[in-house]
Each structure stands twice: as C-alpha cells, then as structure tokens.
Ligand binder design. Structure first.
Ligand code: ZN
Length: 310
C-alpha cells in the first residue's frame, strides 16, 4: 500500500465529547496509528448531534477550535491542508494530512456568508445535509417528502465550488442528489456511501447515482458501517469486496475511494477493528482486483479529486 486517503471519520466530535486526545485514544484512529501507515490523508468531519441544531454555528466553532488545537499539539506529525500543494508538502515531510470537513449544512444556519467564513477557517468539504431536512435540502430520512435542493442550497453549492470546497452528497435525498448533478459544474463526492443494489438502504447510492458521480469525475467512498455493507447478516471482508466489485462494473476504477466512517460507527466488519487493519483490507482488494485498482481506491482517486477541486 503506497498511499491511504480516507474521505470520512467522526473522530474529532467523538474525542471532544469524550475528552480524549488525537495523539492516542481508544477509538478507531489516532495519530499514533495513522503514522504507521506512512503519510496518509484523513478527512475529519464535524458532525452535529440534532440536539445542537438551535446552536449549530456555536457548536461547530467549538469543534473547529478543538480540531485546530489537536492538530497544533501534533504538528510534527500531522498538518492541516488548505490546498493540494499542502498534501504534497506533508507527504514530502512524511506527515499525515488532515482535511477539515463539515457533515451537514446545518452549520451554516441559513447564512451564505458562513460558507466563506468556514472556508477561511480551513473547511474544505461539506455534506449538504445530514439525515433530515435543513435550509439547503432534504436528507435521506425525508425520502417520502421528495424534496431536493432549495434555492439556498443551490447558492451554497455554487459558492462552495467558487471557493474550492468539495460538495459531498452522502446523506442527501435522491431528489437533492439529482439537483446537485444539475447545479454542480465540478466533480463532487459521496464521501461515505455504498452501492444500494448490493445493500438496499437509503444511505447507499443507486446505480444511476454511482454512474452520475463517475461521469462527473467524482468519487464514492466505501463506508465500513456493517448495516450499509450487508443487510441480512454481520458484514465481513467479502461484503466490502462485493460492493467494490459492483462499483467497478458501474463506475470503473477511477471513482471508488474510502470513506470509512471510523468513530462514527458503533461496529465494524468482521476482521476490522480500526485503521490499523486497513492494510489487510488493501491486501484483499489487491488480490481480487489488482494492484493498480487497489492503489486508486485506497488513495489516488480521492487525491485526484482534491487536486482538481481545492
Ligand atoms: Zn455520516
């Protein structure tokens, strides 16, 4: 494995709430374990528990401040990235790259200016919704409402693209997804979603959606949450390979990436305890689909999108 790039984890919020440290903790990943993989790139998402929606921006500020302080504490081994050159620079210094993301447009509190302010604070990706309806769009839990992007949601997508922020459609309703296809001009991502025709849950993507993301040059990050990998049984390595195999057929090998959802999920597939076990997953993917496809899935595809959008 020559590289590792993961488009989604919930480590920051978990550490904040549990008063733990990024250097070492009892969750799915920390600086100590990431370091063993070399110089990986890790997205750190800030997710808001719905209880915080009335104070979305204030709570997001607390998490961003915590993220910054944790990165500063480990500045010899991990560096925040604002642009693609930062990723290359960190790699040269054998440092981990950290990309700050928001999970849910709730954090904007309906303010377009907030997109620009968050950008200045270092945010480089945002999922438009979490599961529910927000000022931007409907989330996947609103499936029966058939709502897509609002006018505000369209403006946010355009502003994100203008600034160089990655638009993330994981958690977004289907109608919202197709609105993004119409509004977005750059590659966009589904940072942590799987194939719905393999595991039929609303959080996964239909074949048409997978195809649309691939056509746009974006990526879909494989989510390790067992219920999103297999519906009727506990998920294992073979289920990850099944999703990849299907996605390869639908999208080709340039549009699959990783979006582990580490520290946001309460269980993991059999044989995978934490980020340290991703080497073993890589070995299986390499054996099944070849070294070139494995390297693309594990890092190159996501890096390509970052280079294009940031
Ligand atoms: Zn999520």
């Amino acid at each position: 494995m020559n590289g590792y790039a993961d488009g989604h984890c919930d480590t920051i919020v978990k550490l904040f709430e549990q008063k733990q440290e990024l250097f070492q903790n009892d969750g799915h990943l920390d600086v100590k374990r990431l370091k063993k993989i070399g110089a990986p790139l890790q997205f750190f998402a800030i997710w808001l528990d719905p209880q915080y929606y009335p104070i979305s921006m204030r709570q997001t500020m607390k998490y961003i401040d915590f993220y910054e302080r944790q990165i500063a504490k480990n500045k010899e081994t991990i560096g925040h990235v604002n642009c693609f050159a930062d990723v290359l620079e960190n790699k040269k210094k054998n440092k981990i790259s950290a990309l700050l993301a928001l999970e849910g447009g709730e954090a904007l509190e309906g303010e377009l200016s907030a997109v620009r302010i968050y950008y200045r604070l270092g945010v480089r990706a945002m999922t438009l919704t979490w599961n529910h309806r927000n000022p931007l769009a409907d989330g996947v839990a609103e499936e029966k409402s058939y709502g897509g992007l609002t006018q505000f949601g369209r403006e946010v997508v355009k502003e994100m693209e203008r600034l160089g922020m990655l638009v993330d459609v994981s958690h977004l309703s289907e109608a919202g997804f197709w609105d993004v296809v119409r509004v977005a001009e750059k590659p966009f991502i589904a940072s942590h979603s799987n194939a719905r025709s393999i595991c039929d849950v609303p959080r996964n993507l239909r074949d048409g959606q997978l195809r649309a993301i691939a056509r746009r040059g974006g990526i879909v990050g494989i989510n390790l949450y067992p219920p999103f990998l297999a519906k009727e049984k506990p998920a294992e390595m073979a289920d990850i390979l099944r999703h990849i195999s299907h996605m390869l057929t639908i999208m080709g090998e340039d549009s699959i990436a990783l979006g582990t959802d580490f520290d946001g999920i309460d269980s993991t597939p059999g044989g995978i305890r934490d980020v340290g076990d991703l080497q073993a997953v890589f070995a299986c993917v390499e054996k099944e689909f070849g070294a070139e496809a494995a390297e693309k899935i594990f890092s190159k595809n996501l890096l390509r999108v970052l280079e294009e959008v940031l």
